[in-house]
Design a protein around this ligand. Structure first.
Ligand SMILES: *Cc1c(COP(=O)(O)O)cnc(C)c1O
Length: 230
């Protein structure tokens, strides 16, 4: 049963919280269901799980329509193209991957059209990996300030994707860096900007991320098994 896998992840998060003197209620496990059939979402939903992560707009929309529940939360965790924004603004509870002003402007415009407000995170590339999306750490302040002036879009925190590694300790410094950046931004008290969320940590490194302050962890493989991309 998938809920057994989920509960194992939960127990590990709980242990990481105890170790770092954090409250487990402050950490949400996002079950990353990308590439998996919607039935896995149904199964976990029946076990009272509500937060799911998808990285493709079309897949998220299909699963959203199929599930048709008011209390389910779909997180968009993958790169978002501007021409896809219109499909998603009223279906996602949080967009984790905003890394440019142009993308934020598009989200704001589509949100106005649909009369919704959209919560987002700024994706920061703290590990400086060439291939990854996300804004440079030193450009984050200015981006946050610019986005904060746009209507119908609200910054709720920061997100990062750490490098794939077999040794999670190697990512601790990146998680710490993201936390520090969020504290620095919070201290600026920018209108309409909250830094209540830190989305960091995946199957390979979520315990270290929780120890460093993650409030949202994105876990796929540990819950659903390996993904098959064929
Ligand atoms: C796929 C994905 C995850 C989940 O990765 P696992 O290693 O399977 O836990 C987390 N975050 C993002 C952005 C992803 O694309």
């Amino acid at each position: 049963m998938l809920i057994d896998n989920y509960n194992e992840v939960y127990d590990r998060v709980k242990a990481a919280c105890e170790k770092s003197k954090r409250n487990i209620e402050d950490v949400t496990i996002i079950a990353v269901s990308k590439t998996k059939p919607v039935q896995v979402i149904e199964e976990l939903y029946e076990s009272k799980i509500r937060d799911f992560g998808e990285n493709k707009v079309q897949e998220l929309c299909e699963k959203y329509e199929y599930m048709d529940k008011d209390d389910i939360k779909f997180h968009l965790i993958g790169h978002l193209q501007r021409n896809k924004v219109k499909y998603i603004v009223d279906k996602t509870s949080l967009i984790h991957s905003v890394d440019s002003l142009r993308l934020a402007q598009q989200i704001s415009e589509e949100a106005i059209k649909k009369n919704v407000s959209v919560d987002i995170l700024i994706q920061v590339n703290v590990s400086q990996e060439e291939s990854k999306f996300g804004i440079d750490e030193k450009e984050t302040f200015i981006l946050v300030e610019e986005i904060s002036k746009l209507p119908n879009i609200y910054i709720k925190g920061l997100m990062t994707i750490a490098p794939y590694t077999l040794n999670p300790e190697e990512n601790r410094a990146y998680f710490r860096e993201l936390k520090k950046l969020s504290v620095d931004i919070k201290e600026k008290n920018i209108d309409n900007v909250s830094m209540c969320h830190l989305s960091m940590g995946m199957t390979g490194d979520f315990e270290v991320a929780v120890e460093e302050g993650a409030t949202l962890i994105r876990v796929g493989t540990a819950i659903f098994g390996e993904r098959n991309y064929n």
